[in-house]
Design a protein around this ligand. Structure first.
Ligand SMILES: *Cc1c(COP(=O)(O)O)cnc(C)c1O
Length: 234
């Protein structure tokens, strides 16, 4: 099933690229494997996927041990400061930096390990109360504040668009973040070299690609529905 789903997703990504005259190589598909077992991840791996997204530190650590070394793990969920230490040398990219304090913690732990950590700043474009992330108006200042940290490299921006019935409703959100991203690139802030825009999930990745996404995070469309444990969607 994973293999078949991947063919469908791949085809849709190619079509979305074509519609905007983009090269397929400009977009990386991240298979969001949170809550899914190692066997399903192996199936995606066998189809050629190397980028996987997880939203819990413990889960990345467990899967990191069990699965092939050349997998690139992406941390896409809210990150607590006390878990930074465990994840920074396992994830290739942290998409979900949502406060300067969190960045400070990453800086401190990265310095101890002598590594440089690639991050994206999460932006709450639609200003939803239930969501983490910087408000768009505060993002430039956050970029400037974080850019001075020697063990962090800001690679771009990430957003989780609102849950909507019709994915077209999210087009303005993606457009707005892309506009801001281009503005930030033009400002040439010291130590900031932004070339990644992480936006689009199962419901709206084609639209996100049309609006400039370079990383799309697709879970359900590849691995099927996630089951609910208790009241919380996991
Ligand atoms: C779960 C998750 C996804 C994938 O969602 P789907 O709708 O299943 O594709 C993408 N991004 C983030 C941040 C997530 O937590």
């Amino acid at each position: 099933m994973v293999k078949e789903n991947l063919l469908i997703v791949e085809n849709r990504i190619e079509e979305a690229c074509k519609r905007r005259g983009r090269d397929r190589s400009e977009v990386t598909l991240i298979a969001v494997s949170k809550t899914k077992p190692a066997d399903m991840i192996r199936e995606a791996y066998q189809s050629g996927i190397r980028d996987f997204g997880e939203n819990k530190v413990q889960e990345i650590c467990d899967k990191y041990e069990q699965l092939p070394d050349d997998i690139r793990w992406h941390m896409i969920g809210h990150l607590q400061r006390n878990k930074v230490k465990q994840v920074i040398d396992k994830a290739v990219l942290i998409h979900s930096v949502d406060s300067v304090r969190l960045a400070e913690q990453i800086e401190e732990e990265a310095a101890k390990k002598g590594i440089c950590v690639d991050i994206l700043l999460e932006v709450n474009v639609a200003d939803e109360e239930s969501k983490f992330g910087f408000r768009l108006e505060e993002t430039e200042q956050a970029i400037r504040d974080i850019s001075v940290f020697p063990h962090i490299s800001i690679k771009g921006l990430m957003t989780i668009a609102p849950f909507v019935e019709n994915s077209e409703q999210n087009r303005p959100v993606f457009k707005e973040l892309n506009q801001f991203y281009v503005d930030m690139q033009r400002k040439n802030i010291d130590n900031v070299n932004m070339n990644m825009l992480s936006m689009g999930m199962t419901g709206d990745y084609e639209i996100a690609i049309e609006e400039g996404a370079t990383l799309v995070r697709v879970g359900t469309g590849i691995f099927g529905t996630r089951y609910k444990i208790g009241e919380n969607e996991v």
